[in-house]
Design a protein around this ligand. Structure first.
Ligand code: ADP
Length: 480
């Protein structure tokens, strides 16, 4: 059965269409034939009842006491008379007359009701011994003062012939109508589905290299237009993701090449001229420094790619935000001391967030590290923890550094983005610190923003939902 079922939607649609239409047409033909049958029979009954009256007026008694039909009949009566059958019975059940057309056959035998009783006049169907079907009507009549029981029957032959003709015309026309409907249905389905074919062909052409191509949208509001728009939107997202990936790979390779080139050239130069042990130690020291930079970079790249792949599991626990800020600043304290800078912590230890300690700490470390890197010797850095609006908590890292020019502020959290490439590389940055910080905050449902005026320092603000809100939004916890 599965094999016979058509593979193409247009053929399936046509087949369904023809099947449904076939059933409907059959039901219609059946209904129409029944209706015709009943209305023709009603007509026949009407004529029959009229004929009963005619026959009553034609009855007369023969000298032998039997009954006969008046033999005067008109030319036009000949035809119907062939199909008219009459029986007359006496009130005591004796047969008084039977039409010769019956050829001795009975129209139902002696009447079971006494002629005095009222009788059912509405006609009924009877099958004669010859197989012919007739409609029979009964009547009680008086012939020359004698009460007789009269039966008149009309053949149903004409009626049946008409019904048969009607049904056969319908049955002949039905396959023709179905073939026509099938052909036009197929053409319509093909026309309706043509845009899908076109879309599929375009979609087949679109490869990773040609992600900028889009499907044609003929009518944006109809179903196919909707499909094309949805597909195009997916392509747009794919294209953006591919672009980002390409840029990321290119930037990452570039960043990796710089320390590698440095290691190589330091080594080559050292090999050219013989050196003292102390000089070699220096060379090895600077090579190790570059290796450190490389290791940090590779670690960061790994963190980002695991974050992108969704492989980083956030292990939540309740954390005091001030405690976390303290931990983060103690990790970078040495760097601040080198520059004789002071990190002051402000805020309430009771302000708690639900989050992954290590991930959130990394975000704060990156922010404080930047504040140290970009601020001048002896500057002060403030890390402030406070309650924000709508049950949110905030950590602000405020420095008195050079600030970030307005035009760079929107891109500063992008991967590999640096305001001043040359200067920031001097301090070991690859432009990934803020990208990681943003990911770390966003994965906790928070937000990171920057307020800065060039030359007047920067304030990086991290907003996080407090423990209560986090619980409310959490999948399992129910707030009480
Ligand atoms: P990097 O590793 O270069 O510091 P980040 O992603 O941490 O990368 O920062 C991106 C850029 O933003 C930096 O190159 C720097 O130009 C600028 N920036 C970050 N923090 C500060 C700050 N506190 N003050 C001034 N500029 C900053």
């Amino acid at each position: 059965m599965k094999r016979l079922w058509p593979r193409h939607v247009r053929s399936r649609m046509t087949l369904w269409y023809v099947l449904v239409l076939g059933v409907l047409l059959l039901a219609y033909a059946g209904g129409a034939s029944l209706y015709l049958f009943y209305s023709l029979r009603e007509q026949l009954d009407h004529n029959l009842l009229e004929d009963v009256e005619t026959v009553e007026s034609m009855l007369e008694t023969t000298p032998s006491g039997m009954i006969t039909l008046e033999s005067v009949h008109h030319e036009e009566d000949d035809e119907p008379n062939k199909h008219r059958f009459v029986e007359v019975w006496s009130s005591n059940g004796g047969l008084l007359y039977r039409s010769p057309t019956l050829q001795g056959e009975a129209l139902g035998g002696p009447p079971r009701v006494s002629p005095e009783a009222t009788i059912q006049r509405s006609p009924s169907t009877l099958r004669l011994a010859s197989g012919e079907r007739v409609r029979v009507a009964n009547s009680i009549s008086t012939v020359d003062g004698r009460r007789v029981f009269l039966r008149v029957a009309h053949s149903e032959q004409g009626l049946r012939r008409e019904i048969e003709e009607f049904v056969s015309v319908l049955l002949l026309a039905l396959p023709l109508a179905l073939v026509l409907a099938g052909l036009s249905g197929f053409a319509l389905a093909r026309k309706a589905l043509a845009p899908i074919d076109a879309m599929a062909r375009t979609a087949e052409r679109i490869s990773a290299e040609r992600l900028n191509e889009r499907l044609p949208v003929e009518n944006p509001v109809d179903e196919l237009g909707h499909l094309a728009r949805a597909f195009n939107a997916t392509l747009g997202r794919l294209e953006a993701a591919f672009d980002q990936l390409r840029r990321f790979t290119a930037d990452a390779s570039h960043e990796l090449r710089t320390p590698l080139t440095a290691i190589r050239s330091v080594g080559e130069v050292a090999l050219q001229i013989p050196k003292t042990a102390a000089e070699y130690r220096d060379v090895i020291g600077s090579m190790l420094e570059e290796t450190d930079r490389l290791t940090r970079l590779v670690d960061t790249l790994l963190t980002l790619s695991r974050a992108d792949a969704g492989h980083v599991r956030v292990q939540r626990s309740d954390i005091s935000l001030l405690g976390l800020a303290q931990e983060a600043s103690s990790l970078v304290e040495v760097l601040a001391e080198e520059k004789r800078q002071r990190i002051s912590l402000e805020g309430e230890p009771a302000l708690m967030v639900s989050g992954d300690r290590l991930i959130l700490r990394q975000a704060l470390v990156n922010l404080i590290d930047n504040a140290i890197k970009y601020s001048a010797m002896g500057a002060e850095i403030v890390v402030r923890v406070r309650a924000g609006k709508d049950n949110q908590l905030m950590v602000e890292v405020v420095d008195q550094g050079p600030g970030v020019p307005q035009e760079h502020q929107s891109r500063i959290f992008d991967r590999f983005y640096r305001v001043d490439r040359a200067r920031s590389r001097e301090w070991g940055g690859a432009g990934l610190g803020l990208a990681i910080a943003r990911w770390a905050v966003e994965v906790h449902g928070g937000e990171i923003t920057l307020q800065s005026v060039e030359g007047q320092g920067s304030t990086f603000s991290v907003t996080l939902p407090s423990t209560n809100t986090a619980e409310k939004n959490g999948p399992k916890e129910v707030s009480t």
